[in-house]
Ligand binder design. Structure first.
Ligand SMILES: O=C(O)CCC(=O)/C=C/C=C(\O)C(=O)O
Length: 286
């Protein structure tokens, strides 16, 4: 059976009031089931839950999970924001607010890059609300002992925020994945349209970086507090967030395991979607 969901048919908004935050947040709500998987996207210009996870939704829904894709503040159809502190913690607070609105007490969280950083922030702030964690190409900021920071991918990402052109988008995306021949003109165009439709998001990201260049704090000293069973997944050829971050997560989170895909960049859930989906389903069900 193949489940055909569309972005438009699953699109919803919620008003999140959490402390001093008052934001309109967009999310996609797919399928039904006793357990819910939240998917959190990365921080590239034009990213969204749908753009990051379109190859992963149907297999989880068909296996009986409800899947919620939250667009973080500053991306896609969610409200824009200038973030001067920890963006990982900001996203965690917004997710808590969304789960309260949806009446979801406990969820599994699958996060890509910034989404992984935010999933860890959520697990540290609200441990009783987390089932299992899946972290791909993210989970904590902090320095790499092996790779100069910012990495070449992050430099291209920041350059694209400053100058959102098709050429800069293609430069970033070619470093993003291991095999750039998989990237179609349609994918570039969709991503460009997403980016340019919200210039406020682009400008606010640049302002946020100027106010606080370290948007994603280093959670290394606190990883031992995470009791959730955690699957860490990395691409060996990740040029955005280096693989040694995955090793740090493995070393720090007591109940964790790490899978490294060869011939894989920063988008494991897209580049190796079939195997990724099987691994996640197996991990969630045992
Ligand atoms: O700076 C970091 O540590 C996180 C970078 C990040 O989140 C990049 C993600 C990019 C995408 O997933 C995307 O553009 O789709």
């Amino acid at each position: 059976m193949t489940t055909a969901f569309t972005e438009a048919a699953t699109s919803h908004f919620a008003r999140i009031r959490e402390g001093d935050l008052d934001l309109q947040i967009h999310y996609n709500d797919c399928g039904q089931g006793p357990e819910t998987v939240v998917m959190l996207h990365g921080s590239g210009p034009g990213a969204s839950g749908w753009a990051n996870f379109n190859r992963n939704i149907a297999p989880l829904v068909e296996a009986g999970y409800r899947v919620i894709l939250m667009d973080c503040p500053g991306w896609s159809k969610s409200d824009s924001i200038v973030c001067t502190g920890s963006r990982s913690d900001l996203n965690a607070r917004v997710l808590k607010g969304l789960l309260d609105v949806l009446g979801q007490e406990r969820v599994h969280i699958l996060g890509n890059s910034m989404g992984g950083h935010s999933a860890v922030a959520f697990a540290l702030a609200y441990p009783h609300r987390v089932g299992k964690l899946v972290l791909m190409g993210g989970g904590t900021g902090g320095p790499s002992p092996f790779v100069p920071m910012p990495t070449e991918g992050i430099k291209l990402l920041q350059g694209l925020y400053r100058e959102p052109t098709i050429d800069n988008l293609k430069k970033m995306m070619s470093v993003f994945v291991f095999d750039a021949s998989d990237l179609t003109e349609e994918l570039f165009q969709t991503r460009l349209d997403n980016m340019l439709s919200r210039r406020d998001h682009l400008e606010n990201f640049v302002k946020s970086l100027a106010a606080n260049p370290k948007q994603f704090p280093d959670f290394s000293p606190r990883l031992g507090e995470i009791s959730a069973s955690t699957l860490v997944i990395w691409g060996r050829n990740d040029r955005f967030v280096p693989m040694d971050t995955g090793l740090r997560l493995l070393g720090g989170i007591p109940n964790s395991e790490l899978h490294v895909f060869n011939s894989c960049g920063h988008w494991a859930q897209w580049e190796h979607a079939d195997k990724f989906n099987r691994m996640v389903l197996d991990f969630l069900s045992h």
